[in-house]
Design a binder for this molecule. Structure first.
Ligand SMILES: Cc1cc2nc3c(=O)[nH]c(=O)nc-3n(C[C@H](O)[C@H](O)[C@H](O)COP(=O)(O)OP(=O)(O)OC[C@H]3O[C@@H](n4cnc5c(N)ncnc54)[C@H](O)[C@@H]3O)c2cc1C
Length: 447
């Protein structure tokens, strides 16, 4: 126990996946947390969200009741031929839990969200239960006095303010960050398919594969179908990408009215008939507006920081958006815990930025590359025997080792030691063990 530790009164703007996660991490670290959410969560829809081992490990550490999220535990990544559906590249996850200690979960976002919300707010569990105030849309923050003003007129003060308000973040603008962004060259429509309904119609039962399945994505083409099962396999969540010039959507509105199924089928005259028959019974067809954001120069100022999509929106092609938000939350939970926090909020946030920015921007850039080349996607990135395998730079591909062998505690200790003039003697660099050889041939610590 560090004698200069003190309890903070924390305000979290945004009650999505990242906001709920950081509320859990900080209540466990001993702080009082209030989450301010602009919506009331009514009428939200969503689809599958990936939670690989680097996210799942924190759910375990925080004692989250994962069964409530009704996940599908993934066994494989399968890339299929666009026209025939034959597997082109398969990455087995059979030894995944043995290697990394945790499984790869696929959640439905709403189930995942309520699982995290329960953990943040319920009486049981470590620390003081967080409070949630809905219909609180942040309008402004005074960075000198740490006061948040909401559109409903309320003004509150907090010792630490976390902007977890998603891709369209208001807090980001308040911190003076003006994103360099452009619409992606691809558009995306999302559709849900009921696995039982597909089975009754005699269609292929993809839910039995317990796999993230991809059609296309090879040879620089934007056309790609991504299938992820969720809700214990009862729901098949399809993300359907195609070139933006074949259909542009100006809004990203999870929860908008369903588009006609013809819009979903139109871009894919040559697609494998088996998956096309699934799409033909797709429901809740919604556009997902995709923006490519260049990395931000900073993610904190004074006692305010950004977390999740607010700080590093990324394309969905590495399936790491939610995991990165969870990791951000974990980093804050550690930095403000009784062992490491010395009462200096700004110093802790400076360390947060140093720990998080390099890692999230690496994933962000790998996600942009995987948008048009599936061989850049974690997992497929090491399947070099695939006939069409080609990557921009084999030494720079993102690999499972880098994601899952990462030790955040060591990374934080290294950064704090540098700030506080302490000695750091662990055999880790930026959280990765010295000597670890990545499948890309890079050895951590070798020059
Ligand atoms: C309704 C919804 C459905 C989604 N569905 C999917 C999906 O199916 N698949 C997928 O891969 N990703 C989905 N996403 C995105 C995904 O959840 C995030 O990319 C990822 O989990 C990172 O989480 P986050 O907390 O940073 O952002 P989010 O989970 O997007 O949460 C941001 C939260 O901040 C709130 N907010 C925004 N502005 C303000 C403000 N000014 N004041 C107060 N609160 C504010 C939002 O209402 C939201 O609840 C969805 C996001 C939302 C909001």
């Amino acid at each position: 126990m560090n004698t200069s530790w003190k309890r903070l009164n924390v305000g979290v703007v945004g009650g999505g996946i990242g906001g709920m996660s950081v509320a859990i991490a900080l209540r466990r670290a001993g702080h009082e947390v209030i989450i301010y959410e602009r919506s009331d969560f009514a009428g939200e829809v969503g689809a599958s969200v990936s939670c690989a081992a680097n996210g799942t490990r924190w759910l375990h550490e925080w004692g989250v009741d994962i069964a409530k999220g009704d996940p599908v535990v993934l066994k494989k990544l399968i890339n299929r031929d666009w026209k025939t559906g034959e597997p082109v590249s398969v990455y087995s996850l059979d030894d995944y839990e043995k290697r990394w200690g945790y499984v790869y979960n696929m959640f439905h976002r709403q189930y995942m969200h309520s699982m995290l919300k329960d953990s943040a707010l319920e009486e049981e569990g470590e620390g003081i239960p967080a409070k949630l105030l809905v219909n609180h849309k942040c309008r402004d923050i005074d960075l000198k006095s740490n006061k948040i003003t909401f559109e409903n007129g309320k003004i509150v003060h907090h010792d630490l303010i976390i902007g977890a308000d998603g891709i369209g973040s208001a807090v980001r603008g308040i911190l003076g960050i003006r994103p360099e962004k452009r619409p992606s060259d691809s558009s995306c429509l999302h559709a849900n398919v009921d696995a039982d309904e597909a089975a009754k119609l005699g269609l292929v039962n993809y839910s039995q594969d317990s796999a993230l399945e991809y059609w296309g994505g090879q040879e620089g083409k934007w056309d790609k179908i991504v299938l992820s099962p969720c809700n214990g396999g009862k729901l098949l969540s399809y993300y359907c990408f195609f070139p933006r010039d074949q259909g542009d959507f100006t809004t990203q509105a999870w929860g908008a009215e369903s588009l006609p199924v013809e819009d979903l089928l139109k871009p894919y005259p040559q697609l494998d008939r088996q998956v096309l028959e699934h799409l033909a019974i797709g429901k809740e067809i919604q556009p997902w507006r995709l923006w490519v954001h260049d990395p931000y120069p900073y993610i904190h100022q004074g006692n305010v920081c950004l977390l999740g999509d607010a700080g590093h929106p990324m394309m969905p092609h590495q399936s790491q958006g939610a995991c990165m938000a969870i990791e951000d939350a974990a980093a804050l939970g550690i930095l403000f815990n009784k062992k490491y926090f010395n009462g200096d909020v700004a110093q802790a946030l400076a360390a947060y930025e140093e720990v998080r920015l390099p890692r999230v921007t690496r994933v962000q850039s790998a996600a942009a590359k995987a948008a048009y080349n599936i061989n850049e996607r974690i997992g497929f990135s090491v399947n070099k025997d695939t006939p069409t395998y080609k990557v921009e730079d084999p030494k720079k591909v993102l690999t499972i080792e880098e994601m899952n062998a990462y030790d955040m505690y060591r990374d934080i200790e290294e950064k704090l030691a540098a700030k506080r003039g302490g000695l750091y003697t662990e055999k880790f660099i930026c959280g990765l063990p010295i000597g670890l050889e990545l499948p890309s041939g890079i050895i951590i610590g070798a020059h």
